[in-house]
Write a protein that binds this ligand. Structure first.
Ligand code: NAD
Ligand code: MG
Length: 399
């Protein structure tokens, strides 16, 4: 039998929802993949289990106390995995010369630097961390062009668009006859909730997504539809398509994961059960197809696919994201930073659900237009927006 060399993989965010699904797919194909490193912020218990099962060369925990605990327990278990700690170690493993592929599945702006390090090192990037593109899309895409890094989208919508575009698509919609992209959205748990009831919804209600099981931050983003707003910006950067050619289509069954319309009237779509192992396996195997453990789509059981226009009044975050993309400069970075702060405050019950959009809107207004042509400028905009958003949250706390 012909044996290919193992593809060496780093999973950034290995203890999360995407990280765990990635390991599930990798475990189905031990002849293809070697785990170079697994990383996480602090959850050493989950990391311990992953390390015993997958025996990566390195395990990175950002938190030093958690790293000490993991090192002690792995030592006692006789494991060969070396434990590293700190945010610099994320960058180190993501750009290590022996690594082929990096799954970027850290949540939030914290994923930017390690993901960018992997891009600069010319790795194959499996991109789940949408916030990195929202924050620094221009610089990110420029870095990928310069290094030759290949970007494969993991976000189910973008993976669907990628699969529906021509194989040689080079970021120019005109040249490929692409008229528009239709991003589908489930509408989340509050699609039909009366607006006045939204005033008092809890984090648990917001995280109870009808179709997907995900981390808490993206679950709240789905409930506010900011997730679709971030995905709009992500699609703009990944595919070079302007805001006016990206439409959002609410499709509560989450079976069509997104569509591309061509100038001849053809609409291509990718369908499947809502299971992230499909886009993960697509990107891990690309251009080959790998079994992912996903159930066959049962169209007879689903019976009906329905579509609605997005409601920008109920979901003001979506309108804010369109406005930020059109404004350009640092607006998307500010939107993202204010959203992360506001979602954190909502999850710790310091801010009402409806106030998330208010905090973002006020922060965008207070920052005003800022150009962002360097990484330092992006990081400054992120910092400034977080300070202002925290002040806005304090003002609104008791309202
Ligand atoms: P999660 O909360 O389940 O996991 C996040 C991971 O990031 C964890 O491993 C955590 O340790 C790590 N992490 C968090 N903060 C960190 C920090 N400061 N430094 C280093 N590591 C840190 O999140 P998730 O649902 O797996 O989502 C991960 C990313 O994938 C997000 O950007 C999300 O938008 C995107 N995404 C997720 C899904 C999904 O189905 N879960 C779908 C599409 C896109
Ligand atoms: Mg998505």
């Amino acid at each position: 039998m012909n044996r290919l060399p193992l593809q060496q993989i780093v999973v950034l965010g290995a203890t999360g929802s995407i990280g765990t699904s990635t390991l599930d797919v990798i475990a189905r194909h031990p002849e293809r993949f070697g785990l170079f490193a697994l990383t996480a912020q602090v959850r050493h218990e989950r990391m311990y289990e992953h390390c015993l099962r997958f025996a990566p060369r390195y395990a990175v925990l950002v938190d030093p106390a958690a790293a000490d605990e993991l090192r002690r327990r792995l030592g006692n278990a006789g494991s060969d995995t070396e434990v590293l700690c700190g945010a610099e170690a994320l960058v180190e493993v993501a750009s290590h010369p022996e690594v082929d592929t990096v799954m970027a599945a850290i949540v939030g702006a914290a994923g930017l630097l390690p993901t960018l390090a992997a891009v600069n090192a010319g790795k194959r990037i499996l991109l789940a961390n949408k916030e990195a593109l929202v924050l620094a899309g221009g610089l990110f895409m420029q870095a990928a062009r310069a290094s030759g890094a290949q970007l494969l989208p993991i976000d189910s919508e973008h993976n669907a668009v990628f699969q529906s575009l021509p194989a040689n698509y080079a970021g120019d919609p005109e040249a490929s006859g692409v008229k528009r992209i239709m991003l589908t959205a489930s509408g989340g748990p509050f699609r039909e909730t009366p607006v006045d009831v939204l005033e008092t919804v809890t984090p648990e209600q917001a995280c109870a997504h009808p179709n997907w099981v995900m981390g808490r931050k993206i679950s709240v983003d789905s409930a506010s539809m900011m997730n679709k707003g971030l995905e709009l910006i992500e699609a703009h950067w990944l595919f070079g398509v302007p805001a006016e050619r990206i439409d959002v289509v609410v499709h509560p069954q989450s079976v069509i994961h997104s569509m591309v319309e061509y100038v001849d009237g053809s609409v291509l779509a990718q369908l499947g059960n809502p299971d992230m192992r499909t886009p993960i396996a697509h990107a891990l195997g690309y251009p080959e197809r790998l079994a992912a453990g996903v159930q066959s789509l049962d169209l007879f059981a689903i019976a009906r696919l329905t579509f609605e226009r997005p409601d920008f009044i109920r979901f003001p975050c979506l309108a804010l994201a369109y406005a930020a993309l059109r404004e350009g400069g640092a607006a998307a970075a500010v939107l993202n930073a204010a959203n992360e702060e506001a979602v954190g405050a909502f999850l710790s019950e310091r801010l009402g659900f409806r106030r998330i959009a208010d905090v973002i809107e006020a922060t965008l207004e207070r920052v005003g237009y800022l150009p962002v042509d360097t990484l330092d400028a992006v990081m400054d905009a992120d910092r400034r927006a977080r300070e202002l958003a925290r002040a806005e949250i304090t003002t609104r706390q008791n309202r």
